[in-house]
Design a protein around this ligand. Structure first.
Ligand code: MV4
Length: 448
């Protein structure tokens, strides 16, 4: 097992990693930017190294600084958390070159799944259902128009280097093709320095359902059931739950098998998430694979009773996984509490937290790095906390979330709490009747 892990991240996920390391008897090293000097991850770790000024590119994204911090503290592994360098193949490679274990898959696996066309081709070969569309890159507008006619409108064009909605355009008719093609290409080039585009049939009103995968260094892969992440706004998830209220045992089994197939086809090592789009007929299609621990991992922990960070660290340390079953028990829901003003187009609301009381009680978990007196810096993402509830049924979980939201007291910054309160009262949400388009026409400001 590792003796010392450096956590190349900040905020709640840095704390989450430190907690499990402590429980496993592993020493920890925090890294921090000058903006995070007073943060809890710095205080909770055994050692801490400043890696630069506030801007991410000069600190949490600065590979040489992080490697140097690992070398001077003698860390034998690096946990990248989520975001930042967590899916950066060059970083994984640099770690390996310095004999530091990157806690995650190999650089090769990250690259394969990072390029969406390569990922899709790999899935077709593995026999995992994918969305009908172009075979590889589109060569020209003409070819695009030709293919769209074949597939039938609406179609969607996506950036091969993309993910999370960037460089993506829905096209409803040939008239609009050129315009969307040009803007997608431009956006892809600006965002990823790669303007490669591909095309798919546009699936209307889908669900976003993802499967948690665990693979060890010996080719064994298991899944830990699914999460429903359909409640999103501009590709930012706001609520996640496990299991999905949309699928039954039969579909769950098929989804799980497909996710295992996907991971096995690349000899996947580590924790991963296979994202599917599920249409109204419950047909599912591979969308992307994430090769990191995800923000929403706690809902899976709550229904499977597994510490996912512990599993991830054990796999990286070459421990084989056991054949234990991970069928979901009960229902878990997570609400992301962001420092954003939901009454003002979810504008970021950084600042000093004056007053704080987090929700407590049976079945309630709050993962957070904030405290009264903490100043939320403007440089990083705006998530302050995750409220996670667990109860025997979905209805009970919603009731528990409502009382947990009522108990959460925070002042000094605006938060997404009023939005979540309204959502938990919504008939359609309560009935499990929602798709990824749900928030587009969710009139939540009328709250009483
Ligand atoms: C799609 C789609 C419909 N049809 N692909 C959004 C981000 C990126 N991961 C892929 N995305 C989508 N791809 C086809 N062929 C709809 C979306 C999509 C979406 C997917 C999941 C969750 C929220 C979404 C919001 C808008 C669009």
């Amino acid at each position: 097992m590792f003796k010392k892990i450096l956590i190349a991240n900040r905020g709640e996920i840095a704390l989450r990693v430190i907690r499990t390391c402590k429980e496993m008897g592993i020493q920890t090293v925090a890294v921090y930017s000058t903006a995070d000097k007073e943060s809890l991850h710095v205080r909770f770790a055994d050692e801490a190294v400043c890696i630069g000024p506030p801007a991410s590119r000069d600190s949490y994204l600065k590979i040489p600084n992080i490697i140097a911090a690992a070398e001077i503290t003698n860390a034998d592994a690096i946990h990248p958390g989520y975001g930042f360098l967590s899916e950066n193949a060059d970083f994984a490679e640099t770690c390996a070159d310095h004999d530091i274990k990157f806690i995650g898959p190999t650089a090769e696996m990250i690259r394969k799944m990072g390029d969406k066309i390569t990922a899709k081709k790999t899935m077709i070969e593995a026999g995992v259902p994918v969305i009908p569309g172009s075979e590889g890159l589109l060569e020209s507008v003409e070819q695009g128009k030709e293919l769209a006619k074949e597939i039938g409108y609406p179609v969607i064009i996506k950036a091969t280097a993309g993910g999370g909605g960037k460089g993506m355009r829905i096209i409803w008719s040939e008239r609009d093709f050129q315009e969307h093609w040009d803007s997608a290409r431009q956006e892809a080039k600006a965002s990823f320095a790669n303007d490669g585009l591909y095309m798919e049939k546009f699936i209307e009103e889908p669900r976003h359902i993802e499967v948690q995968i665990v693979g060890d260094q010996y080719g064994q892969v298991t899944h830990m059931s699914e999460r429903d992440c359909s409640i999103q706004r501009r590709h930012q998830k706001l609520v996640e739950e496990a299991p999905s209220p949309f699928i039954d045992e039969k579909v769950r089994k098929k989804l799980g098998d497909a996710a295992i197939k996907a991971a096995k086809s690349i000899n996947y090592e580590g924790l991963g998430t296979v994202e599917f789009l599920v249409d109204k007929y419950k047909q599912f299609y591979f969308m992307e694979m994430n090769t990191r621990i995800q923000v929403e991992h706690p809902v899976t922990e709550e229904v499977t009773n597994f510490d996912l960070l512990k599993e991830q660290i054990k796999i990286a340390a070459a421990v084989p996984i056991t054949g234990k079953k991970h069928l979901p028990v009960g229902h878990a829901i997570e609400c992301r509490i962001n420092a954003e003003d939901p009454y003002n187009d979810f504008r970021p609301s950084p600042g000093k937290i004056l007053e704080l009381h987090t929700s407590k009680g049976y079945g309630v978990r709050v993962d957070t790095h904030i405290f009264a007196g903490y100043t939320v810096p403007p440089y990083y993402d705006s998530m302050l906390a995750k409220i996670i509830v667990k109860a025997p049924t979905r209805d009970e979980a919603i009731a528990k979330m409502q009382r947990a939201l009522d108990e959460f007291i925070i002042s000094g910054v605006k938060t997404t709490i009023p939005f979540h309160k309204k959502l938990m009262q919504d008939e359609d949400f309560r009935a499990g009747n929602f798709t990824t388009g749900f928030l587009e026409d969710f009139d939540w400001k009328e709250m009483t």
